[in-house]
Design a binder for this molecule. Structure first.
Ligand code: MSP
Length: 511
C-alpha cells in the first residue's frame, strides 16, 4: 500500500455510549489504538488519533429519564468518566469528539444534504421492530421469540414516518469493493461474515425517528431526529475537519484504520461504506473487528456484577502491566478471558522476571565492572554481528505484526530479544569474564550487546508500555524513545555513549 507523502496516519476507536460507565471492553480498543498511534509516531509519521463519545439516541434519553435528569446533564456527567479513564490509561489521543458538539451537527447536516442531493434519501413509513439497547432495526422474522437476536432483550414495535437511505442500491458496489480490497475488513473471518451477509439483498435503512427528541434533527424537517448510527459514524469525518476545513480533511481522510469490537462490525463494514459511496467519499482503508472479553469465564454484565472497572485494575496492578496484558493475552480478533490471576501471572513472569530482571542485572553489572560507563561498540565483534542479525529479524517481525494489528505476535517477536539476552548472559557469564583482565574486551562486547538490546527493547515496548519504556531508557542513560522519532531508532548499534543509572525495579513482583 503506497501512502501519499503528506498523508497523516489516522486511527480511530468507536465513540462510546455514555449511558453507562467505561469498562474493560472500552479500555481494550482504546489501548490498542493508542499502541498503533504511538508506534506510527515513533516511526516518524504524523498521526491523528481520535476517540470520543456517542451521546445521542433513545437509549441515552431513556437512561437520563430513569435517573431523573436531562439527557444533556447525563452526557456531561458520564463523558468525564471516559476522559478520566483515558488519562489514567495514558491514552495519547489527539482529539476527543462528542457527538453533541456544534461542529458535529454541522458535519452531520452537510453529510445528510450531500447524500440527499445524490438522490439516496427518501421519505417513507417504517413499520417493524427496534432494539433500544442495541439501537438497531430488525424485521419480524429476524427476532428470536420477539427478542433482539443480538442482545436477547425485548424489541419494540415501531410504526412511524421515516426517512430512508437507499442502501439496497449499493450491494454490488460494496461486494466489488470488498473483493478488490483484500484487507479492508479484518480479520479474514470477519470479512467472510460480511460477505455472507451480503449474499442476501440489502434493505433500505431507516435513518430517522419521530418518537423521541434527543438527537440531531433532519435539516428542514425537525420533527425527525437522525438515526443515532447515521449520526455517530459521521464523527470520523467531523473530527478530520469535514465540512469546515476541507484542506485538512483531505490530508486526514480516509482513515487508515477504524478499530472496533465485533458487535459493531455490520455498522462499520456495510452501513458506513454505503453512506460514503453515496456521499462520494473514499472508504476507510481498513476496519478491524476485535473479539470480546469475558471475565473469569463469564459474560460481563451488570446483573452478574462482574463488570471490570479498568481504573480499579490499574490502581492495583499498574497501568503498563494492564496495557501489556490486554494485548499479550489474546490474539487481536479473537475472544479472550480476563482474570486477575492471569494478569498477575504475566506481570510476574514476563515483566518482572524476564524483562525487569534483565534490566536490573545488566545495570548492576555495568556499575560493578565498568563504573557505570557504557562500553563502546565493536562492530567487528562476533556477538555484535549475531545480535544485529537478530534485531533485523525482530524489527521485520514487529513491523509486519503491527501492520496486521497482531499485537500478541508483536510482543512475542520482541520477547525473542529478551530471551536471547537472558540466555546470552547466562552463557557468557560476565562475572567470570570480569575476573580475567585479559578478557576485558569480550566483557565489553557482551555488556554492549545486552545494553543495546535493552535500548531497542525500550523503543519496541514504548507503544505498549510508554512509562516503563522511558524508565528503561533512563536507567540505560539513553534519551527517551520519543525524543528521536524515526526509522533510525530501530537500527542496531544506536546506543549513545553515557552512564547507566540504577533505578527502582521496573516491575516489582506481585504477591
Ligand atoms: N456507540 C457505539 C459505537 C459507535 S462508533 C461510530 C457503541 N458504543 S459502546 O459503548 O456500546 O461500545 C463500544 C465498544 O465497546 C464496541 O466496540 C464494543 O465491541 C466494545 N465492547 C463492549 N463490551 C466488550 C467486551 N466485553 N469486550 C470487548 N469489547 C467490548 O457501540
Amino acid at each position: 500500500m503506497t501512502i501519499a507523502e503528506n498523508k497523516v496516519y489516522y486511527v480511530t476507536t468507536p465513540i462510546y455510549y455514555v449511558n453507562d460507565v467505561p469498562h474493560i471492553g472500552h479500555a481494550y480498543t482504546t489501548v490498542a489504538a493508542d499502541v498503533v498511534a504511538r508506534y506510527q509516531r515513533l516511526k516518524g509519521r504524523e498521526v491523528f488519533f481520535l476517540t470520543g463519545t456517542d451521546e445521542h439516541g433513545q437509549k441515552i434519553e431513556k437512561t437520563a429519564a430513569a435517573r431523573g435528569m436531562s439527557a444533556r446533564e447525563l452526557v456531561d456527567e458520564v463523558v468525564e468518566r471516559f476522559r478520566h479513564l483515558w488519562q489514567v490509561l495514558n491514552i495519547s489521543n489527539d482529539d476527543f469528539i462528542r457527538t453533541s458538539e456544534e461542529r458535529h451537527y454541522r458535519a452531520v447536516h452537510a453529510f445528510f444534504e450531500k447524500v440527499r442531493a445524490a438522490g439516496k434519501i427518501y421519505l417513507g413509513h417504517y413499520e417493524d421492530w427496534y432494539c433500544v439497547p442495541c439501537e438497531t432495526f430488525w424485521t419480524e422474522n429476524q427476532l428470536h421469540d420477539g427478542n433482539c437476536p443480538e442482545c436477547g432483550r425485548p424489541a419494540e414495535k415501531v410504526k412511524e414516518e421515516s426517512y430512508f437511505f437507499a442502501m439496497s442500491s449499493y450491494r454490488q458496489q460494496l461486494l466489488d469493493y470488498i473483493d478488490e480490497h483484500d484487507d479492508f475488513i479484518m480479520p479474514k473471518s470477519k470479512r467472510n461474515e460480511i460477505l455472507g451477509f451480503l449474499r442476501e439483498e440489502l434493505r433500505d435503512l431507516s435513518i430517522s425517528r419521530c418518537s423521541f427528541k434527543w438527537g440531531i434533527p433532519v435539516p428542514d424537517d425537525p420533527k425527525h431526529v437522525i438515526y443515532v448510527w447515521f449520526d455517530a459514524l459521521v464523527n470520523y469525518l467531523t473530527a478530520a475537519g469535514y465540512p469546515d476545513d476541507m484542506e485538512r480533511f483531505n490530508r486526514l481522510w480516509p482513515a487508515d484504520v477504524h478499530l472496533i469490537g465485533k458487535d459493531i462490525l455490520r455498522f462499520h463494514a456495510v452501513y458506513w461504506p454505503t453512506f460514503l459511496f453515496a456521499a462520494d467519499l473514499p472508504l476507510p482503508r481498513r476496519v478491524f473487528a476485535h473479539g470480546w472479553w469475558t471475565v473469569e469465564g463469564e459474560k460481563m454484565s451488570k446483573s452478574v456484577g462482574n463488570v471490570v472497572d479498568p481504573e480499579a485494575v490499574v490502581a492495583e496492578y499498574g497501568v503498563d502491566g494492564f496495557r501489556y496484558f490486554l494485548l499479550r493475552e489474546v490474539p487481536f480478533g479473537l475472544d479472550g478471558d480476563f482474570s486477575r490471576e492471569a494478569l498477575k501471572g504475566r506481570i510476574n513472569s514476563e515483566l518482572a522476571n524476564d524483562l525487569g530482571n534483565l534490566l536490573s542485572r545488566t545495570v548492576s553489572m555495568v556499575k560493578k565492572y565498568r563504573g557505570r560507563k557504557l562500553p563502546a561498540a565493536d562492530p567487528d565483534g562476533e556477538y555484535y554481528r549475531e545480535f544485529k542479525l537478530l534485531n533485523d529479524e525482530v524489527l521485520k517481525a514487529v513491523d509486519a505484526a503491527v501492520a496486521d494489528l497482531a499485537f500478541n505476535r508483536m510482543l512475542t517477536a520482541i520477547w525473542r530479544l529478551v530471551e536471547k539476552c537472558n540466555r546470552f548472559i547466562d552463557e557468557r557469564a560476565p562475572w567470570a569474564l570480569a575476573r580475567d583482565e585479559s578478557r576485558a574486551r569480550e566483557l565489553d562486547e557482551v555488556l554492549y550487546c545486552v545494553l543495546e538490546s535493552l535500548r531497542l527493547l525500550s523503543c519496541y515496548l514504548y507503544p505498549v508500555m510508554p512509562e516503563k519504556a522511558e524508565q528503561m531508557a533512563l536507567q540505560l542513560g539513553q534519551p527517551a524513545p520519543m525524543e528521536n522519532p524515526g526509522a533510525g531508532l530501530f537500527a542496531w548499534g544506536g546506543l549513545a555513549p553515557g552512564e547507566s543509572a540504577k533505578g527502582r525495579p521496573l516491575f516489582p513482583r506481585l504477591e
